[in-house]
Design a protein around this ligand. Structure first.
Ligand SMILES: [Zn+2]
Length: 118
């Protein structure tokens, strides 16, 4: 399975592929745009669920990685809130992990097919 991101906003959802670095960049641009326009958006990726909000909604929050208050958007996953820069790194890594496990699964199913043929 290729990494696929689901972006949910009021009244709709959008599915975006996130297999290549370009697609991931595009997906992150989209989610930031939607969150700014609608004041919040949700991102679902594999088993991860992010809530992206404009920081005015949560003024006392600081990023749990760099300790800076999120200036543009706050990315919350469970109890963890990250600033945009840190969240982008995190989401990209998450896409890579999904991709890697998909590649590993594909490789193992290919080798088992070969094994059966022999
Ligand atoms: Zn940060």
């Amino acid at each position: 399975m290729q990494p696929m991101a689901r972006i949910a906003i009021d009244g709709g959802a959008l599915y975006l592929a996130a297999s290549t670095p370009y697609e991931r960049e595009l997906m992150l641009e989209h989610i930031a745009q939607y969150a700014r326009r609608h004041r919040q958006a949700r991102l679902e990726l594999d088993r991860h669920h992010w809530l992206i909000t404009t920081p005015t909604a949560s003024p006392a929050v600081v990023c749990q990685r760099c300790n800076e208050p999120p200036r543009w958007l706050a990315y919350t996953e469970g109890r963890r809130t990250l600033c945009q820069a840190c969240a982008r790194e995190d989401i990209k890594r998450c896409c890579e992990l999904v991709q890697d496990s998909a590649t590993a699964r594909a490789a193992s199913s290919t080798s088992s097919r070969y094994a059966r043929r022999r």
